[in-house]
Structure formats: structure tokens, C-alpha cells
Ligand binder design. Structure first.
Ligand code: AMP
Length: 465
């Protein structure tokens, strides 16, 4: 089974063809989840929704679907299940008719206290229709004794713990919220007079919207016909956005904190070259994830950058998974070696991360088979020693290669000449900091350190990690 990724969210308030713009926004966020997509629109009197399994472009890019989503307001979601099964019922946005009217909610992130909350809700009569943790938010909003929707949401959020960037649509409002640590991203933008909320700025670019600012940690932005209002819903603490967004998840052309993700990744590669100078002939990225860091490594070290591995972009899950006879060709379906830049060379392969070690294992073998004299494997982030519980859902401890093996063992397992990782401080340097603040780190970097800003003991109890 492949790794599970996160989700992407998008919302737009008051513009013609809101569902078309949402489709485009979701398409640009497709890298955040490919399992399913959904859009809820509001036409001034009714809510409409369409949910599909599969890709946005395959499912929403046609008049008959878009005609089912009339109105000037819409929110959408792309999903790669983090909790819950990946069936259609779990595809978001989730929608409920509450006492005050329709309520649609799209969630990126993962809650950490769901077991207790879900049990308490079920015991007191709640009926759940999905296995998604997001439905708990809906149930808590529905049952809140507060009168105003915003207060109901605040009430619900005060009971949940974990990572959440939410976009909510009611018959009057479009609302964006980030959890108190701001773990997952959420940005505010504007297209003409219409406000837009999205996981990443690439979703603003595609519809010609301009970026206004990031939603802050613990902030709720409320968009109505009279404009935007901001309220703080959580006690203030320093934001700790997930460092992995910059290392792997976000699209390279998205802007975070004023810089492109591409720049951060190039910096990571440069820093890797500073920390690990290697005598070699070519620097080769593991496509596509390793490309920006490999460019950085190459530019810093002066070793030429070559495309030594070519990726076939048309390998979908449907091709790989069903047939054992096809599956056994494994990585060759996805990657092939460009012998002309590999043969007789000392090669430095660069990727952004090693999780289970599967990719590294396969590409190192392929590159040796193509005649490389040496294959050094450089990773532009520290070893992943701890699982994520905030929406990425990396595998459990037992499957994380770096949680169970030191660098020498990893080198042996993947069969490389050498393996080298970027240091934790080097990672912070690449992000523009002189060092990691040991008291309150500027990011959540739990995958590398085990420093979880939100308690995860409850989750650990309920997983076999
Ligand atoms: P693995 O093959 O299990 O070691 O995974 C490492 C590869 O997966 C690298 O090429 C990464 O770019 C990529 N990767 C890292 N994190 C994730 C994730 N959460 N979901 C999908 N791919 C990932």
C-alpha cells in the first residue's frame, strides 16, 4: 500500500460560476489527495453537492456535473483518506442540515482525540454516517447549545484536539479556521470582489485570484456579504506549521511565508551539499520529488545536474494494483533509467525523504544495473523516525526505515555506496532560521524529533504503532 497523503480544501464566496472556479482550485490541489473529490455549492436558497471517487479532472470537468452545482458560492475538497475508509460516504465536504440551515465542511488535517469524542457522542444518541473524524465536528456543531453559528463552531472546536484547517459554508457565510498551532496551511485570497480560501496559493493562481495573507494559527476568518471579519478562537501560542509541507507536500510553485516552496527545497539541497560534500560525476534527482533539492545540491557543489531517471507520469493506481503479474515489475513501471547520464559515472541520487525505503531501494538497484560506478543517496531532510498523526498519516514505527535502522544499516538495506541525510539544524537554516529554537521550535518537526505539539498518546493507544 502506498503512503497516505493529506487533503486539499478550497472555498469561494460570491462570484459567477463558483463551482467552475472551485473545480479549477481543486485541480491545482490534486497533489494533496487523489482518492476522491467533492464540491458543495449554494445558490442563495439551496445547497447542492456532488462527490466522486477519483480525480477532479476526470469527474468534474463536464457540463452535466457542473450544472448540478449552481450558485455564486462553493467549497470543495480533495481527499486522500487519512482516517476513515476511502469510500464515497467519506468524500468531503460533509454536509448536514442543522437547525439553523445547511452546513458544509471541508477538513484538512487529523484530529487526535476522536475516540473519546466519538464514543461519547454515540452513547448519547449521535448517529454517524461516515468513519471520517470530520463528522465529529459536524455532530458537535449540531449539538451545541449556543445560538449563533459562529459560536456553535467555536464551541465544537473547543472540544476537539488535533490539526485542522477547515472551510465551512453556511447559507450566509464562508468560514476558514486554523487550529491553534496552524499545522496545516490555509490562505486567504481575492478574485475581483470574491474572497477565496485555499490550502495553497497555487489554487489562487489557477483562477487568477491574488493572495492576501495566510490565515493565522487559532484564527477564524468569517466572510459575509459585508466583507471579512477575523476572530481569534484559541489562546495565543506560537504557530508550528508542519515542516513537511515545505519539504514534500506543497506544490513547488506555492508561496509560503513569502517564498516559493521551490526555493525552500533548493535551499535544502544546497545545505545538504554544504554538510555532505561528495566527490562524484553527476547529481540525479529521484523524480519528481527530489528535483528542486538536486538542483540546489548541484549548484552548490558544482557537480552537473542530469536527468538520470525518467518518470512515466501515466502510471495510475488502477494499473499497478490489480494485477500481480504487472505489479511485480514494480518501480520499472514508474521509473526508468536514462543510461546515457548514468553509465560509468559516480552518481549522487537526491530525494526529499525516505519513509519505508521502498523507492530508494528500487532506484539504487536500477542505477547500478545501468552501469553506475558508485551510487550515493542523499536525502534533503533528516531521518523520519516518528509517524505523523496530524494529517499525513505516515506508516507506523515498525515500517519507518529510519525508526529501526541507523545510517550504516540503511546503506546496506538499500544497497547504496553511501547514504546521507540533512541535519535538523540544516533543515531550519534552509527555511531561513539560524537554528531550531529548542524551547518553541518554529515548526512542528515531530517526524524527525518525536516532539509532538499536540498530545498523541490517545492515538497511539488505538493504533498498533
Ligand atoms: P519510501 O519509498 O517509502 O521510502 O517513500 C519515500 C518516497 O515517497 C520519496 O520519494 C518521497 O518523495 C515520497 N514521500 C514522502 N512522504 C510521502 C507521503 N506522505 N506520501 C507520499 N509520498 C511521500
Amino acid at each position: 500500500m502506498g503512503l497516505k497523503e493529506e487533503c486539499g480544501v478550497f472555498g469561494i464566496f460570491d462570484i459567477d460560476e463558483a463551482a467552475v472556479l472551485t473545480t479549477l482550485g481543486l485541480h491545482s490541489l490534486q497533489h494533496r489527495g487523489q482518492e476522491g473529490a467533492g464540491i458543495v455549492s449554494y445558490d442563495g436558497s439551496s445547497f447542492h453537492f456532488v462527490k466522486k471517487e477519483g480525480l477532479v479532472g476526470d469527474n468534474f470537468n463536464n457540463a452535466s456535473t457542473l450544472n448540478q452545482l449552481p450558485g455564486r458560492r462553493a467549497i470543495g475538497h480533495v481527499r486522500y483518506s487519512t482516517t476513515g475508509d476511502s469510500k464515497l460516504a467519506n468524500v468531503q465536504p460533509l454536509f448536514a442540515n442543522l437547525s439553523a440551515g445547511g452546513f458544509a465542511c471541508a477538513h484538512n488535517g487529523n484530529l487526535t482525540n476522536t475516540h473519546a469524542l466519538r464514543n461519547a457522542l454515540v452513547e448519547t444518541g449521535s448517529i454517524f454516517q461516515t468513519t471520517s473524524d470530520t463528522e465529529i465536528i459536524l455532530q458537535l456543531v449540531a449539538r451545541s447549545k449556543k445560538h449563533k453559528t459562529v459560536d456553535k463552531i467555536k464551541d465544537a472546536l473547543s472540544q476537539i484536539k488535533g490539526a485542522y484547517s477547515l472551510i465551512i459554508m453556511t447559507n450566509k457565510k464562508l468560514i476558514g479556521v486554523k487550529d491553534p498551532f496552524g499545522i496545516r496551511p490555509l490562505v486567504l485570497g481575492k478574485k475581483n470582489n470574491a474572497y477565496v480560501l485555499a490550502s495553497e496559493t497555487c489554487a489562487l493562481d489557477i483562477i487568477g485570484a491574488h493572495y492576501i495573507r495566510d490565515v493565522k494559527n487559532g484564527e477564524m476568518v468569517i466572510i459575509t456579504e459585508s466583507g471579512v471579519e477575523s476572530i481569534i478562537i484559541a489562546p495565543s501560542n506560537q504557530a508550528r506549521p508542519c515542516i513537511f509541507e515545505r519539504i514534500y507536500f506543497a506544490r513547488p510553485d506555492s508561496i509560503i511565508d513569502g517564498k516559493s516552496v521551490y526555493t525552500y527545497r533548493k535551499n535544502l539541497g544546497e545545505q545538504l551539499a554544504i554538510e555532505n560534500p561528495i566527490d562524484a560525476d553527476v547529481v540525479v534527482p529521484v523524480p519528481d520529488s527530489g528535483a528542486p533539492a538536486a538542483i540546489g545540491y548541484s549548484q552548490k557543489s558544482g557537480i552537473p545536474f542530469e536527468l538520470g531517471i525518467i518518470r512515466n507520469h501515466y502510471v495510475g493506481r488502477t494499473f499497478i494494483e490489480p494485477s500481480q503479474s504487472i505489479r511485480q515489475f514494480g518501480v520499472k513501471l514508474k521509473h526508468s533509467v536514462n543510461q546515457s547520464s548514468i553509465k560509468n559515472n559516480r552518481v549522487i541520487l537526491i530525494d526529499d525523504s525516505i519513509v519505508r525505503g521502498t523507492t530508494a531501494n528500487k532506484v539504487v538497484k536500477m542505477v547500478f544495473e545501468a552501469g553506475a560506478k558508485e551510487v550515493h543517496f542523499g536525502i534533503s531532510s533528516p531521518p523520519i523516525t516518528h509517524p505523523d498523526f496530524y494529517g499525513i498519516d505516515t506508516p507506523q514505527y515498525s515500517e519507518l526505515i529510519a525508526a529501526n535502522h541507523d545510517i550504516d544499516e540503511i546503506t546496506n538495506i538499500i544497497g547504496a555506496t553511501s547514504v546521507f541525510f540533512l541535519s535538523l539544524n540544516g533543515t531550519y537554516k534552509a527555511m531561513g532560521y539560524t537554528t531550531r529554537d529548542p524551547n518553541t521550535p518554529q515548526f512542528t518537526d515531530h517526524c524527525f524529533t518525536g516532539d509532538y505539539p499536540i498530545d498523541v498518546t490517545n492515538i497511539l493507544k488505538h493504533t498498533h504503532s
